[in-house]
Write a protein that binds this ligand. Structure first.
Ligand SMILES: [Fe+2]
Ligand SMILES: [Fe+2]
Length: 368
């Protein structure tokens, strides 16, 4: 990060507004950050994917693949003149938080694109290869579309550079499936919840990109369907000790979203959305959908669960405040924040869950 930067990347991935306009370097700094909460790039054991067998879900699999080959959103991601000058015209705080939102979304989309393309390239399994080519096609469109919006404001991210410099996290395939299934489904839930809210409150639509969210999230929904089928094709991934992993990923993904969203108060205010209400609405949608694949569900409507989530966020804020303060006092604050974050994460993890009986028919329609 350079000395004149207009934003600083904080512990929680937040951006802090200063006076100068956001530069390309700032956007790249957001995209390449490697904090606990920033979107990650993944790599996996590609050879292990060769033995995947989808024969137990073949009918639903073939239908989904046919739908993806049909490519319903082929012409959807065309950007137009309505984007010109919008980002530059926003108030500085909103501009900084909206840019952080766009760059984080771009990083998530592009992270999917890189992983899926790599899997498509390296696997010898024809079903896996075909699916991941289609997934990479969609994610590259999504990432490209967001980047076009950033380029309008002169802050496009160099995706080739990002591919080379971003740190990659290794996960075994089953962990990739849990993480990516959830991120696709929560991505759908996030986009559709914003889209529906803005359809009812058009005065809050401060950028045209939100008009694209409805069809866009249907792509994410289909992607999530593919991972639901991959998970259900191998029942042991959803049994025994693996249920504890599912629970771990649910808590991690939900908590990360909660902390990050609360770090963008101006953005949410402009949308006319309370981040707590918005997040619990998204968790609710995601809980309903994930009954197709996950044997456990978090009790997100329990007030005690919500108190623990908020306590976790307060600990994350202490870490951030400690970093900013520096010195011995700041260090103590950070350590206390980290201890609190670990403690509250564990409390969330051990909060009583609901169990689901997995349905015979796996596929769902995006009806939220
Ligand atoms: Fe996407
Ligand atoms: Fe996706």
């Amino acid at each position: 990060m350079n000395a004149h930067s207009s934003i600083a990347v904080s512990a929680t991935g937040a951006t802090i507004t200063k006076d100068a306009p956001i530069t390309k370097d700032d956007a790249m700094a957001i995209a390449t950050q490697n904090t606990m909460l920033s979107p990650r790039f993944y790599t996996t054991d590609f050879d292990a994917l060769d033995s995947i067998d989808v024969s137990s879900v073949r009918g639903e699999w073939d239908d989904l693949i046919a739908e993806m080959i049909g490519d319903p959103n082929k012409k959807h991601f065309r950007h137009n003149d309505s984007f010109t000058g919008v980002i530059e015209g926003l108030e500085p705080e909103l501009r900084a938080e909206f840019t952080d939102f766009l760059v984080s979304s771009l990083t998530s989309e592009f992270s999917g694109c890189v992983l899926y393309a790599e899997i498509a390239k390296r696997t010898k399994n024809p079903d896996v290869k075909q699916l991941f080519k289609l997934l990479a096609r969609d994610e590259s469109r999504h990432a490209g579309f967001i980047n076009e919006s950033l380029k309008d404001a002169g802050i496009g991210v160099d995706l080739g550079f990002l591919t080379r410099t971003k740190k990659y996290t290794f996960f075994k395939p089953k962990f990739i499936w849990y993480a990516v299934y959830l991120s696709e489904k929560i991505g759908y839930a996030r986009y559709i919840a914003i889209y529906r809210h803005l359809a009812a409150n058009p005065q809050n639509k401060f950028h045209p990109i939100f008009d694209w969210f409805e069809e866009w999230c249907n792509d994410e929904f289909r992607h999530g369907e593919a991972f639901a089928l991959l998970l259900r094709a191998d029942p042991k991934l959803l049994e025994g000790a693996n249920k504890l992993w599912v629970r771990f990923f649910l808590v991690s993904v939900y908590a990360t979203m909660y902390v990050r969203d609360h770090d963008r108060p101006v953005f949410h205010k402009a949308l006319g959305v309370d981040p707590t209400e918005y997040d619990y609405e998204v968790f609710d949608i995601c809980n309903q959908i994930s009954r197709q694949a996950f044997p456990v569900e978090l009790n997100t409507n329990d007030p005690a669960f919500r108190r623990k989530m908020e306590a976790l966020r307060q600990s994350a804020l202490r870490i951030e405040a400690g970093k900013e303060r520096g010195g011995i006092g700041g260090f103590a604050q950070r350590v206390s924040g980290m201890a609190g974050a670990g403690y509250n994460f564990a409390r969330l993890y051990f909060h009583r869950t609901k169990s689901n009986e997995l349905p015979q028919t796996i596929r769902l329609q995006p009806t939220w």
